[in-house]
Ligand binder design. Structure first.
Ligand SMILES: [Fe+2]
Length: 385
């Protein structure tokens, strides 16, 4: 009570902050005038125990001193726990098949092995902001219909003939195809083919989580009625044209199937006519054909060709990037690591870490990152050396 009265005399009005006073500070409060002068002169004399006592006192009221954490949160450059890493298909494929014998796609809802960054274990993500997993769907299986606010991309690694249905439209997927499941659209997957099918799932899960904007809803049936197929979607939006009366209902591309055949052909034409970029060879960005912007508003998606013998210059950017290889082999030199990659391998290059790409044979790689988000927020940077 005495301390509280003294606080009022000093002009403080927060009762909670006055309840406890360190014995060494108590003397300063006996005479406000004298105490103020003394306080200025004894800052350098504060002992660690006095500071700790203060931190604990304000901590009880959910208040914390910024100076204790400032240097860890506002850093001179990106300071990510995400580390470079490569997952070999050779190792993952038997585990996917093993998972196929352990649980059905229906029971699991999605039978996926999550690729967790070694620096982010237990956090269900491959980078700080993005998720990656390998989804297996066995012959005859259906992954039931649902929808969620997270946007998803599928990049097909193995098999052919399985389908994804999105809002009443169905696309059959083949290796190298890029398929979009836009935010809050009902989707289900099925595999009527005779072979297991695997694709890379990329989601903006951590971004949606940090914004606390997660919603999810299960469908009323296993799979949806589909009235239109992939060719219709491609005819509408896949020819740098659009239906005359089309009005966008979201920022996601209305074209949701980008067949590998077309992408590969485009890269091959660029190889003949365009100069090779020193860092990334020939690289194309998937776009929303209606707006010319990103195909997915939260995830940038790319495909690039590195000709045989390519020795890339050093590059870095603030968007941690996830790569997977369609064709060819080579390596990524990053930090003190050499990530030797081949078809279907997945590797990750963290934010602002310089890396170089090399190709032993013609190599085609798909990649994705959070670049659209960073650019929208004026945060994105890149540097070439
Ligand atoms: Fe889903």
């Amino acid at each position: 009570m005495q301390a509280q009265e003294q606080c009022y005399r000093l002009g403080f009005s927060v009762r909670a902050a006055c309840v406890q006073v360190h014995p060494a500070s108590r003397a300063l409060l006996t005479n406000p005038k004298q105490g103020k002068l003394k306080m200025l002169s004894r800052i350098d004399q504060a002992t660690p125990s006095e500071r700790q006592f203060f931190y604990e006192k304000i901590g009880g009221a959910n208040v914390t001193p910024l100076w204790e954490v400032l240097h860890g949160i506002i850093t001179a450059q990106p300071n990510t726990p995400c580390v470079p890493h490569l997952w070999k298909w050779q190792q993952l494929w038997p585990w996917l098949l093993e998972a196929g014998n352990l649980i059905t796609a229906q029971e699991a809802e999605r039978r996926v092995l999550v690729l967790e960054n070694p620096g982010l274990r237990g956090r269900t993500r491959i980078t700080h902001s993005l998720y990656a997993g390998l989804q297996l769907i066995m012959p005859g299986e259906i992954a039931p219909m649902h929808r969620h606010s997270q946007s998803a991309l599928r990049f097909i690694l193995q098999g052919q003939g399985a389908y994804t249905a999105v809002n009443g439209e169905k696309v059959t997927m083949n290796v190298g195809d890029f398929v979009i499941t836009p935010s809050w659209t009902f989707h289900d997957h099925g595999n009527p083919s005779s072979e297991p099918m695997v694709w890379l799932d990329g989601l903006d899960l951590p971004i949606v989580e940090v914004l606390d904007a997660q919603f999810m809803e299960k469908g009323t049936s296993q799979s949806q009625q589909t009235t239109q197929g992939a060719n219709t979607n491609l005819a509408r939006f896949g020819n740098t044209m659009k239906p005359v009366e089309y009005k966008p209902s979201s920022n996601t591309s209305p074209l949701f199937w980008y067949p590998y055949e077309r992408t590969r052909e485009a890269l091959e034409t660029l190889r003949v006519h365009d100069e090779l970029h020193a860092c990334w060879g020939h690289k194309l960005q998937y776009t929303n054909p209606v707006t010319g912007s990103w195909a997915i508003p939260t995830m940038g998606t790319f495909m690039q060709l590195l000709p045989a013998g390519f020795l890339g210059a050093s590059y870095r950017s603030t968007d941690s990037t996830i790569y997977t290889v369609v064709e060819g082999q080579g390596r990524c030199l990053i930090a003190d690591q050499i990530l030797e990659f081949g078809p279907k391998d997945v590797f990750v290059c963290p934010s602002w870490m310089p890396y170089r790409l090399e190709a032993d044979s013609d190599t085609v790689m798909f990649s994705y990152s959070d670049r659209p988000v960073q650019q929208a927020l004026d945060l994105w940077r890149e540097a070439m050396e």
